[in-house]
Design a protein around this ligand. Structure first.
Ligand code: SAM
Length: 248
């Protein structure tokens, strides 16, 4: 069937791909990927032939240039499969813009669900999963990161964030300034050989020497707020003032 197929791919273990994902990669008229070599490699591993199809590159830095060819193909009734380097292509990856543009063009958008590091980490964390917030990557600068952490730390929900292994230590230190007792989980290299899940309070983890030399890919999770120290953000008020700003 015509349309854009958002295909989830493994976050580590190559066999974490669904049978439907392989079918879609096999049958799509056109293939597009954040990194064409990664898709090629995945197809090789699973014996999916290219059959003369080219893999188009679509990532954050060439999206404007790459979009017209993809949209044209969709308009002509082609099926286009898109995958990012790992996991669900809309989670902290370029798939969102593509999906939005395809929908705006009136194309059908299909999902081929599968792995995502956020949910894999939540599953292993031991933290409550009844309500959670995926916060993405923290801002790079220290001041912005503290404000950002403070806003999520006040929520009554498990918070999931992606972090570079080099910055985990710094983020833990900043979290200690907000709430040293907050139960925190560092989940590393999920579904890979060196998978590791480390739990503790923010203080315990910040003092853990392993945090200074973490390697690989990392997800951090914070338990919901329990102390009165973190002043809750009034979401209604925050929203109203933002809307207010937008209308002036
Ligand atoms: N779209 C992906 C998904 O759904 O999992 C996420 C893409 S985002 C650009 C990459 C980040 O995801 C990494 O920096 C890391 O925080 C997290 N990540 C991806 N694979 C991981 C793994 N195997 N173990 C731990 N974290 C992982």
């Amino acid at each position: 069937e015509a349309g854009l197929y958002l295909v989830a791919t493994p976050i580590g273990a190559a066999r974490d791909i669904t049978l439907r994902a392989l079918d879609v990669l096999n049958c799509a008229d056109m293939l597009a990927a954040e990194d064409t070599r990664v898709m090629r490699h995945l197809m090789d591993i699973h014996g999916v032939p290219l059959r003369g199809r080219r893999i188009l590159s679509y990532h954050d830095h060439n999206a404007d240039r790459a979009r017209p060819a993809l949209m044209q193909a969709l308009k002509e009734g082609a099926s286009v499969a898109y995958a990012s380097d790992a996991g669900t292509p809309l989670v902290a990856d370029p798939g969102y813009r593509l999906a939005r543009d395809a929908a705006e063009e009136g194309a059908r958008v299909h999902v081929v669900p599968g792995p995502s590091a956020a949910l894999a980490a939540l599953s292993l964390s031991g933290l409550p999963s009844d309500r959670f917030l995926f916060a993405g990557f923290p801002p790079a600068t220290k001041g912005a990161r503290t404000t950002w952490l403070r806003q999520w730390a006040s929520l009554d929900a498990t918070v999931i964030l992606f972090e570079s292994p080099r910055r985990v230590n710094q983020t833990l230190k900043q979290l200690c300034e907000i709430d040293p007792d907050r139960v925190t989980v560092v989940a590393r290299e999920l579904t890979k050989k060196f998978e590791e899940v480390i739990r503790g309070t923010a203080r315990e983890l910040a003092d853990d020497p392993r945090m200074a030399s973490l390697k690989g890919e990392v997800v951090m999770l914070l338990d919901r707020g329990t102390t009165a120290e973190v002043k809750p953000v009034d979401l209604n008020e925050a929203l109203t003032s933002r809307l207010g700003r937008m209308t002036v």
